[in-house]
Structures are given as structure tokens and as C-alpha cells.
Design a binder for this molecule. Structure first.
Ligand code: MG
Length: 204
């Protein structure tokens, strides 16, 4: 079974006067997270991990902050796009693990709800989602929320798939096919979108 791994990171500053949304959940707190979208730091990190796992660029590639369409957008939309990318590439999620780093609010009391919310959005069992919470001890970052995410994907193609293909085609044909696939992967995402390789402009 072919597997791929992806990692994601994001950070947003806390800001008064905006709702706090983490993991697709509205959380009761005096401050929210500043951002062009709803500032959902956890979904942004998971979105980047998914896109990275299939070499499809990053969240800024698909949803540039310069685009007015994404102003105040729900980050579940970004996650949905990343899920389309991995499905089109022929993969499914095995599990997701995350770390949230913030001084306030306390995550532990709502970690179960957060896990259920993220699992529902990813369409996987809650047992395949890890939510860990840390406080930024010694980092002097109490006004910032940080999220790290790691995802593991497995191929939807069965083990004997390539063998059948190889038996049906001459060696030259197989080589030609592989070369064309490699060129496609380098220049476009799974859905055929043009992907700049080193675009890391993520202010979403
Ligand atoms: Mg972000």
C-alpha cells in the first residue's frame, strides 16, 4: 500500500471584536483570530498538511489573501478543496494528528468537541483525529494561536493495480506513461490547477 505524509503549520494573532473559530467550531471567548478568512488556525494547518501530502502547493496557492472572494470565508471551504485534491490524486486519509499552542482559551475542556468537529469535516472517525493542546511557555506568544498538523494518506489503488497495467502494456508504453505522469505532477495539482512550486504567501 503506497502511503504519503504531510505536515502543516499556521499562526494567527488574537483580536478583539471578531468571533473565535477553531476546528470549524465557534468558541465562546472575548477575542477571535485576525485573518482574511475566519482565521481558523487549526483548519489552515490541516489544509496545508493535506495539500503538502500530495504535493499540491499550499493554502495561499488556492486562496490568496489578495482575492476578495475569501474575505471572511469559512475555512471549511479550504479544507474541502484540499480533500478534493487528495481524492483526485487517489488517496484517502488514514489519520490526522495536531498540536494547538495558545495561552487562552483552555483547549483541554473542549478537545473532545473539537476532535468531533474536525473528524466530521474530514469525513473520518473521531478516533483518527488527534488534538493536543500546549501553552506557549517561555515563548512570549500569549497573543498568538499556533497550530501544527500531520496527516498520513494511503493510496486507493489496490496492490495488484500496477501489475495489471504492466501486463497489459509494452515496456515502452509504460515508460512513456510514467514520464508523462511525472511531468504532470511537477506542473499541476491533482485537479489540474497550475501550481507555483514556491508560493508560500499565506496570510489567510
Ligand atoms: Mg492561516
Amino acid at each position: 500500500m503506497r502511503m504519503r505524509i504531510g505536515c502543516g503549520f499556521d499562526s494567527h494573532s488574537f483580536k478583539e471584536g471578531v468571533p473565535l473559530v477553531i476546528g470549524g467550531m465557534r468558541i465562546d471567548h472575548p477575542e477571535g483570530l485576525a485573518g482574511h478568512s475566519d482565521g481558523d488556525v487549526l483548519l489552515h494547518a490541516i489544509t496545508d498538511a493535506l495539500l503538502g501530502a500530495v504535493s499540491a502547493g499550499d493554502i495561499g496557492t488556492f486562496f490568496p489573501p489578495s482575492d476578495e472572494r475569501w474575505k471572511g470565508a469559512a475555512s471549511s471551504l479550504f479544507l474541502r478543496t484540499a480533500m478534493e485534491e487528495i481524492h483526485t490524486a487517489g488517496y484517502r486519509i488514514v489519520n490526522v494528528d495536531t498540536v494547538l499552542v495558545m495561552a487562552r482559551p483552555k483547549i483541554v475542556p473542549i478537545a473532545g468537541e473539537l476532535r468531533a468537529s474536525v473528524a466530521e469535516l474530514l469525513e473520518i472517525p473521531a478516533g483518527d483525529v488527534g488534538i493536543k493542546a500546549k501553552t506557549p511557555e517561555g515563548l512570549n506568544q500569549d497573543g498568538v494561536a499556533v497550530a501544527h498538523a500531520t496527516v498520513l494518506l494511503e493510496s486507493l489503488v489496490k496492490e495488484d493495480g500496477p501489475k495489471v497495467m504492466r501486463a497489459a502494456a509494452e515496456d515502452d508504453e509504460v515508460n512513456e506513461m510514467v514520464e508523462s505522469l511525472v511531468v504532470d505532477v511537477r506542473e499541476t495539482s491533482a485537479l489540474g490547477r497550475k501550481v507555483p512550486v514556491f508560493d508560500t504567501d499565506d496570510l489567510t
